[in-house]
Each structure stands twice: as structure tokens, then as C-alpha cells.
Design a protein around this ligand. Structure first.
Ligand code: FES
Length: 111
């Protein structure tokens, strides 16, 4: 259950597509440590986020379809993506994407 932030507002709305279904999610900054944790908690796809955000497993890949000025790749993310043969700049590790106002209106697809 989600009660929103201290003002009673969920000011970030985003869409996550998984297995052909669109999930409209609302959150607010600092409710979740990362996009991975939001997806893990609210949708819970099997075998998603296995390393719980350590940046090692590569099971949290999402394709950013719309929105979000992507933060720079850090070295850990680059290494893990390369290990999984990913060279599409729109595919990111959800555990490395922080939830902030930039996520409002974002559409991602779980790869
Ligand atoms: S949760 Fe393991 S790499 Fe993101």
C-alpha cells in the first residue's frame, strides 16, 4: 500500500511495461533507492534484481522508451552491460537509475 509522501502526493508517475502489460506507477523522491527497487516492490517480476542493486547480476535491465535524461553510466554499469552484450544506449540497469522528478512521465520496458 502506498500512502504517498508527507504532503499526501505522489508526484512522480511512470509506466513500466513487462510481459506485454503496462503498469502505471506513482511514487515520490526517496521512496525507493532506485527504479529497480520500485519495480521489484510494486511488480515483482521473477528473477528481476537478483543482486538487489549491487550492479553485478544484470537482471534489472530496462529499455528507456520515453523520457528521463539518463544519468551517466558509471564504471560498474558499463562493465555489467558489456558482460551481457548490451550496446544499446537506451538499455540501462534499473538499479543504477535513481528516482527523481526526471522520472515523471518516463516509460520503460523490462528487457
Ligand atoms: S539488480 Fe543486479 S545489476 Fe541491477
Amino acid at each position: 500500500m502506498n500512502f504517498g509522501n508527507s504532503h499526501g502526493l505522489n508526484n512522480i508517475s511512470l509506466t513500466v511495461i513487462w510481459d506485454g502489460i503496462s503498469y502505471e506507477l506513482q511514487t515520490f523522491p526517496n521512496e525507493y533507492r532506485s527504479l529497480m527497487m520500485l519495480i521489484f516492490d510494486r511488480i515483482g517480476p521473477e528473477e528481476f534484481g537478483v543482486c538487489l542493486g549491487m550492479g553485478k547480476c544484470g537482471t534489472c535491465l530496462v529499455e528507456v522508451i520515453q523520457g528521463h535524461t539518463l544519468t551517466d553510466f558509471d564504471r560498474n554499469e558499463n562493465t555489467t552491460l558489456a558482460k551481457h552484450g548490451v550496446n544499446n544506449l537506451n538499455i540501462r540497469m534499473a538499479c543504477q537509475l535513481l528516482i527523481d522528478e526526471q522520472c515523471n512521465g518516463m516509460i520503460v520496458k523490462i528487457v
